[in-house]
Design a protein around this ligand. Structure first.
Ligand SMILES: NC(=O)C1=CN([C@@H]2O[C@H](COP(=O)(O)OP(=O)(O)OC[C@H]3O[C@@H](n4cnc5c(N)ncnc54)[C@H](O)[C@@H]3O)[C@@H](O)[C@H]2O)C=CC1
Ligand SMILES: O=C([O-])CC(=O)C(=O)O
Length: 326
């Protein structure tokens, strides 16, 4: 049996965590041979609810669950953490864009970035789920100057999974037939699901769909899927968001499948002309616990226009939180 690793989860009494924690503890995220210690962070008024969640985790008798820490102190929750899933943040309601949450949520990520910088493992892998995820990840990253910026990522895997499911359904296939999906940019309504490099049954996806359907139905459906869930469910996506967080961390830690890639919001190194330092979603291949941007993809005018629009939005969000970026 391997030595246990420390997994910090914030917002641990919230609705996403109620799906997420049980799957981490059962080995879905890091493998069935990797014991975990869960280090759970909540705000003080939610500690009682958190206690109930921890009781349920105990009651599952998960063989891989080597310990549970519960705290309202970020320095306790992030202490020596090898992984951190930053979920704790306010969700949006009907009629809001995710960036409307910036004011409410941004301060959380500057405080948590500082705490991570101070007490977490130097090799920590951070996934930001709380919205607006990309800019919150940027805030956390910039407040953790002693940690490699590559270790701060934002979740666009839910968009990636949605894009695969919508495409498979349209073509009468299953998600198993879909490879090399790409989400570019922001986890927002400007994100760009790109079918030009995607393959269905080994053949180019863009060539298998009608351009009108792609531009006018598919892209808006993927972009607006979060809002559609809020409208239907009366609350934002939770189980599917937790599932995507598991997928993101598993790919990063254990590697992507041969001949395929995933979408991750990561620190831009200037690839594809995207401003350096933004947390932008790119197609990535993961190996040995590290990610690499897939290089050399051709970008046509249709794609460039959309990649730039979502980049511009991210630059605006960054400028709106300048005061939180040391
Ligand atoms: N990136 C993505 O694809 C997705 C992101 N989200 C976002 O994830 C976030 C969480 O969503 P839900 O779990 O549905 O919300 P929720 O409201 O059910 O849970 C959030 C939890 O965070 C806690 N919290 C608030 N401030 C905190 C702090 N400073 N430290 C620790 N915990 C804190 C709250 O007490 C609450 O228990 C929202 O911002 C939502 O918009 C949701 C779905 C997908
Ligand atoms: O739409 C929201 O606010 C929640 C979310 O990020 C998603 O479901 O993609």
């Amino acid at each position: 049996m391997k030595a246990p690793v420390r997994v910090a989860v914030t917002g641990a009494a919230g609705q996403i965590s109620y799906s997420l924690l049980f799957r981490i503890a059962s080995g879905d995220m890091l493998g069935k041979d990797q014991p975990v210690i869960l280090q759970l962070l909540e705000i003080t008024p939610a500690l009682e609810a958190l206690k109930g969640v921890a009781m349920e985790l105990d009651d599952c008798a998960f063989p891989l669950l080597a310990g549970i820490v519960q705290s309202d102190d970020a320095k306790v929750a992030f202490k020596d953490a090898d992984y951190a899933l930053l979920v704790g943040a306010r969700p949006r309601g009907p009629g809001m864009e995710r960036k409307d949450l910036l004011e409410a949520n941004a301060a959380i990520f500057s405080a948590q970035g500082k705490a991570i910088n101070e007490v977490a493992s130097r090799d920590i892998k951070v996934l930001v789920v709380g919205n607006p995820a990309n800019t919150n990840a940027l805030i956390a990253q910039r407040n953790a100057p002693d940690i490699d910026p590559r270790q701060f990522t934002a979740m666009t895997r839910l968009d990636h999974n949605r894009a695969m499911a919508q495409l498979a359904e349209k073509l009468g296939k299953t998600v198993n037939d879909v490879k090399k999906m790409t989400i570019w940019g922001n986890h927002s309504s400007t994100q760009y699901p790109d079918l030009h490099h995607c393959e269905v049954d080994g053949k180019n996806a863009a060539e298998q769909v009608d351009q009108g359907w792609y531009a006018d139905e598919y892209i808006p459906t993927v972009q607006q899927r979060g809002a559609a869930i809020i409208k239907a469910r009366g609350a934002s996506s939770a189980a599917s968001a937790a599932n995507a967080a598991i997928d993101h961390m598993r790919s990063w830690a254990l590697g992507t499948d041969e001949g395929d890639w995933v979408s991750m919001g990561i620190y831009s190194d200037g690839s594809y002309g995207i401003q350096e330092g933004l947390i932008y979603s790119f197609p990535c291949v993961c190996k040995n616990g590290d990610w690499e941007i897939v290089q050399g993809l051709e970008v046509n005018d249709f794609s460039r226009e959309r990649m730039t629009a979502t980049e511009t939005e991210l630059a605006e969000e960054r400028d709106a939180v300048k005061h939180l970026l040391p």
